[in-house]
Design a protein around this ligand. Structure first.
Ligand SMILES: Cc1cc2nc3c(=O)[nH]c(=O)nc-3n(C[C@H](O)[C@H](O)[C@H](O)COP(=O)(O)OP(=O)(O)OC[C@H]3O[C@@H](n4cnc5c(N)ncnc54)[C@H](O)[C@@H]3O)c2cc1C
Ligand code: SF4
Length: 328
């Protein structure tokens, strides 16, 4: 394993000063980072352990009705928190379907959206494997090879990978905001566009700059009628083939507002924006709602081995919306 220096940050000021020159890598739960260092995805020079910075794990309701979740809050802590469970069931469910209980006790909500694609070529230990994310310009091994787990939306010939995070799909559905600090200024980033698409830059995963710290995630007004469904090859400890997060507001049984985000289909959680508009005014659970969602898959572009994802993701979205509506 490549040698790196290790230090512990005691405060955010420490951390920003250390991150100023951009060559520092933050360590939170370490459940991703240490694997990357082991298989050569990342060769960090300086690792800064942020897990002991006080105050960054707080979960607190804000005066405007939003919920602020500190970046160092552990996944299980977020999922089981009273406010998350009652106001944002979709987020609680997405977290509880992530990884294993042991991992969720260590992994943080700030580190989770930072995880990198599970594309097997990206994670290959053979340095000759073409991968534009690992070695820009080397090509994409998945484009014409084993791509049954890859994207059906938003891909280019440079990269057909998907984002593996479950919580990120719920956060995109809820229009959450990712709050960051950086030596050059603070930012509020929409969770919906936090992950980049290959057309932006095939080598990137997120819009975060080197040395930029996620301090918290803010989730807006409560969405009690919401649900997350994850389809995977085995029931636990497995990444999604596809997933769907849905939140709905109803008047009687008519949809006033619906939000649907898909996971496992693109390099970012994929919102079904046209379907969301078309669902307004429809009766929840009616055949018309399924038709509105089906229409959204007209723009899907399957690869050689993943056309199965189109009906699977469509059915998952329809079912997630029904489950969300049923909780009203
Ligand atoms: C076997 C296994 C199965 C898994 N299954 C799933 C699954 O089904 N669903 C799912 O969603 N996830 C899954 N995961 C991913 C897991 O949830 C992530 O590893 C975890 O959430 C990362 O959080 P961490 O705190 O350990 O991050 P770390 O490993 O500490 O860091 C990961 C990256 O995030 C950066 N980082 C961390 N915190 C911050 C911050 N506050 N600001 C800026 N950058 C930061 C680090 O620098 C690093 O680049 C799985 C992981 C493993 C190992
Ligand atoms: S899909 Fe993306 S991550 Fe996978 S090999 Fe191609 S370029 Fe690399």
């Amino acid at each position: 394993m490549h040698a790196f220096s290790y230090a512990r940050a005691r405060s955010i000021d420490d951390l920003l000063a250390d991150g100023r020159d951009g060559d520092v890598t933050f360590l939170a739960g370490g459940t991703e980072l240490l694997n990357w260092a082991r298989i050569g995805i990342l060769r960090p020079q300086r690792v800064l352990d942020i897990s002991g910075v006080p105050g960054l794990d707080r979960i607190e309701p804000l005066a405007d009705g939003a919920l602020r979740i500190g970046a160092l809050a552990k996944l299980n802590q977020v999922a089981l928190h009273r406010e998350t469970r009652s106001r944002y069931p979709v987020l609680s469910q997405a977290i509880l379907k992530s990884a294993s209980a042991q991992l969720r006790n260590l992994a943080t909500i700030g580190g989770n959206p930072m995880q990198r694609t599970r594309c097997a070529y990206f994670r290959s230990e053979d340095p000759a494997t073409p991968c534009n994310k690992r070695r820009p310009g080397s090509g994409c091994a998945a484009l014409h090879a084993l791509n049954e787990r890859h994207a059906i939306f938003g891909w280019t010939e440079d990269c057909v990978a998907t984002s593996p995070s479950d919580p990120a799909v719920a956060l995109a559905c809820l229009d959450a905001t990712i709050i960051t600090k950086h030596a050059s200024g603070d930012r509020r980033l929409p969770a919906r566009t936090f992950h980049t698409l290959p057309g932006d830059d095939p080598a990137a995963h997120t819009v975060l700059r080197p040395g930029e710290l996620i301090t918290a995630i803010e989730v807006g007004p409560p969405a009690p009628c919401s649900a997350y469904l994850k389809v995977r090859e085995r029931e636990s400890y497995e990444f999604a083939l596809v997933s769907a997060a849905a939140a709905v507001e109803l008047a009687d049984d008519r949809i006033v507002r619906a939000r649907i985000a898909l996971g496992g289909v693109a390099m970012r959680p994929w919102r079904l924006e046209q379907a969301e508009r078309d669902l307004t005014g429809l009766r929840a659970g009616s055949p018309e709602t399924a038709e509105a969602i089906t229409a959204a898959f007209g723009e899907a572009r399957p690869l050689a081995s993943n056309a199965y994802k189109i009906p699977l993701a469509r059915n998952t979205a329809v079912r997630a919306l029904e489950l969300a509506a049923r909780t009203s």
